[in-house]
Design a protein around this ligand. Structure first.
Ligand code: GAR
Length: 211
């Protein structure tokens, strides 16, 4: 299964996918394209280091959002990708892309949806909000993407305890390592194996190991 991975920053989630392809856990999965929202994303270097084709497609470089959306969609299609993986992608996808890849776009969010999500909750912000509210568990969620931020069917979640002396940065690092980099490759494996079924806006993971 070919996948297109969308990035905006450091690319640790992209790296986790690459490492899991190399280790054989994601055998049969190939990253056909990396799409970055900005040219400064270190994730682009990770793609280059691993011989993966990449494109910088930034809305601001196009005459309109529609033109940008059209280009994104045609590049992804041309790469042969069957699944779009938003791995730390901080822009909202275009409507046409979301429609055409309906139920074939997944996102990793650094909190336990439906808490600490939605517009403006990205990067370090959910972790700041978690500490401000004093909740005792947080984690990450992989979900399908629809036209609203963080509202599509949930595929996998993983939690960690929040420690009394956590800073947003410390919590972010722990969630990236122990949650995001575990459940994002796992979700891709499950989808590639046809084990994720969506019925009535709920994603059912039909796998014994996941119980
Ligand atoms: C990750 O923590 C990811 O969950 C988050 O951005 C970070 C990107 O890290 N995504 C969002 O906040 C999306 N709402 P990375 O570039 O090192 O993978």
């Amino acid at each position: 299964m070919k996948i297109a991975v969308f990035v905006s920053g450091g690319g640790t989630n992209l790296q986790a996918i690459i490492d899991n392809i190399k280790s054989g856990y994601l055998s049969g999965v190939e990253i056909s394209l990396v799409v970055a929202s900005n040219s400064g994303a270190y994730a682009l270097q990770r793609a280059a280091d691993n011989g993966i084709p990449s494109k910088v497609l930034s809305v601001k470089d196009f005459p309109s959002r529609e033109e940008w959306d059209k280009t994104v969609l045609s590049e992804v299609k041309a790469s042969g990708a069957e699944l779009i993986v938003l791995a730390g992608y901080l822009s909202l996808l275009g409507a046409q892309t979301v429609r055409e890849y309906s139920n074939r776009i997944i996102n990793i969010h650094p909190a336990l949806i439906p808490a600490f999500c939605g517009a403006g909750m990205y990067g370090i912000k959910p972790h700041e909000a978690v500490l401000k509210r004093g909740v005792k568990v947080s984690g990450a969620t992989v979900h399908f993407v629809n036209e609203n931020y963080d509202e599509g069917p949930i595929i996998l979640q993983k939690a960690v305890d929040v420690q009394w002396d956590d800073t947003p940065e410390v919590l972010q690092k722990r969630i990236m390592k122990e949650c995001e980099q575990v459940i994002l490759p796992r979700a891709i494996r499950l989808i590639a194996d046809g084990k994720v079924v969506i019925e009535n806006n709920i994603a059912y993971v039909k796998d014994q190991e996941e119980k």
